[in-house]
Design a protein around this ligand. Structure first.
Ligand code: SF4
Length: 507
């Protein structure tokens, strides 16, 4: 009996679970480009193009390996434009009643598969280092889930940067050597551009004609196959990893990539595996080419943070997407969709997002995320925005990062305190403030940095919740120690700013 083997656009790994148990002599691989996915949110055109081009190339690899692939192109007249519809169409054509599928990374897609009138054999996605049951066992009985303990277990499990059961260099975490402001005069090789080939050009033309979402499609520079992804990894390890940790929280105007890896789209599509990118960083350290702090900082992001947030996403289930513990309900301001703004840091982060479908984690967390949280934007709207605009954003990784880490909408499942800051943090870590219409040193008045006003407004309106948080008590003491008239001016200024946002005025 023929079985259908579903391979989704972020499952482009030759030994993905569904392929591993399928039989290439009789089963049929189903891959489908569908509008239902391309429009599930307003995905950035570069993200859609990357996924479609990578799917087409992966299908060709499977065919070359002897698989029968039923591939639906977006412009096939017969295409039903949903994954379920394409599975039913192929089931009918091949007389199949069973589907082999690897667990999708989006609850909506999982629900659609479970609702199919076919027998669906859902297999665990074993590309993750920490399995679902393993995370559940680790989380069981813990009052708080904290990444550091999880990360140490992943180091022990993988043996990465370990010697004789102990962390190399005598410590688990070298973060105190990291996170410095960036120096402008350093030469940093940016990720190499990949010139679009004929497959990519076809896809770009298709995406141009079908999707009018926020974001520039061209120039399109991304790799779209495993060879290109491996080249991007090698280039990162050789050229930017040595300074990765040191610059990971820095922001410089016009320098989108600094020393970041920019391999997350390839990891999340399945073109690279988490363990191989960590082994590459470890090997560079062993060869004396990068400092331990850089290798450890990078490996922590992959086997620590990436695996940890995926565990939270699995554990919390679809209801997590609706969490709103702080009761925030403001609409997402127009600046997030490219609307005019006087804030230099927001203009830089959003402009870069529009052009590249990419911003690094501090731009996401401490500029756009920080502003949305301080302004009280509905977390579901913030979640949808991040899922839409970033090339590496897939629900399993984006939702916990946004709803949990960035917006504290889960009430502290993921982090012990909200990531909020005044303009001082952005000033310390970037060179944006010098060219801004607002003054970062001003705390009140029309020229005051919006982050300064909203920071105290946020702390004041959530006082009951946060004042006894040991990591925030000091800030409440600072606020309480301010002159009462000054505090009133700050709150009044913040209130006026929020009213302007609500009226859709330029802020
Ligand atoms: Fe951003 Fe405030 Fe600095 Fe302007 S002054 S760039 S709004 S932090």
């Amino acid at each position: 009996m023929v079985r259908l083997v579903l391979v989704l656009g972020d499952q482009l790994t030759p030994d993905i679970a569904a392929l591993a148990v399928a039989d290439k002599r009789q089963d049929v691989v189903v891959m489908a480009e569908v509008m239902g996915e391309g429009q599930s949110v307003a995905h950035h055109p570069q993200k859609i193009a990357l996924i479609l081009a990578a799917m087409r190339k992966f299908a060709a690899v499977l065919q070359a390996e002897g698989w029968r692939v039923a591939y639906s192109r977006l412009d096939d007249p017969e295409n039903s434009q949903t994954i379920s519809g394409e599975l039913l169409r192929r089931a009918d054509a091949f007389g199949a009643s069973e589907v082999l599928a690897t667990r999708p990374g989006e609850w909506r897609v999982l629900r659609d598969l479970e609702d199919l009138p076919l027998s669906v054999n859902l297999l665990e996605d074993d590309r993750f280092i920490c399995r679902e049951a393993e995370f559940a066992a680790w989380a069981e009985g813990r009052k708080q889930l904290r990444i550091e303990w999880f990360y140490r277990d992943m180091r022990r499990k993988t043996g990465l940067l370990m010697a004789g059961g102990k962390p190399v260099g005598g410590q688990w975490n070298f973060d105190h050597d990291n996170r410095k402001p960036a120096k402008r005069d350093l030469l940093r090789p940016r990720p190499g551009d990949v010139v679009p080939d004929a497959v990519v050009e076809d896809v770009l033309t298709l995406v141009e004609s079908r999707f009018g979402h926020f974001g520039r499609l061209r120039p399109f520079r991304w790799a779209t196959d495993r060879a290109g992804a491996l080249a991007a990894l090698a280039e990162f390890v050789a050229e930017r990893l040595p300074r990765f940790g040191e610059e990971q929280d820095a922001m410089l105007e016009g320098e989108a990539f600094l020393s970041h890896a920019v391999i997350s789209p390839y990891l999340n599509l399945g073109l690279l595996s988490p363990i191989e990118v960590c082994r590459a960083a470890e090997a560079a350290w062993q060869a004396g080419k990068v400092p331990i702090a850089a290798a450890e900082g990078f490996i922590r992001q992959v086997i620590g943070w990436r695996e940890f947030v995926r565990g939270i996403w699995m554990q919390e289930g679809p209801a997590y997407l609706e969490r709103n513990e702080l009761g925030h309900g403001r609409d997402l301001p127009a600046v997030y969709w490219g609307g005019e703004t006087r804030m230099a840091c927001m203009a830089a982060a959003v402009g870069q997002t529009r052009d590249l479908a990419y911003a690094h984690h501090i731009q996401r967390l401490m500029v756009t995320g920080n502003f949305a949280l301080l302004a009280g934007v509905a977390p579901a709207a913030v979640h949808e925005w991040y899922l839409s605009v970033y090339i590496d954003a897939f629900e399993w990784v984006e939702a916990p990062n946004t709803i949990g880490m960035s917006q504290f909408a889960d009430g502290g499942v993921l982090g012990s305190k909200p990531y909020v800051s005044s303009g001082a943090y952005i000033d310390r870590m970037s060179d944006h403030c010098g060219g801004c219409a607002y003054k970062v040193k001003e705390k009140t008045g029309a020229g005051a940095c919006p982050f300064n006003l909203l920071y105290w407004h946020f702390l004041n309106r959530h006082r009951e919740r946060f004042r006894s948080n040991p990591r925030m008590g000091q800030m409440y003491r600072v606020w309480d120690g301010m002159d009462e008239a000054h505090r009133a001016r700050v709150l009044e200024g913040a209130g006026q700013l929020l009213e302007r946002l609500d009226r859709g005025e330029v802020v």
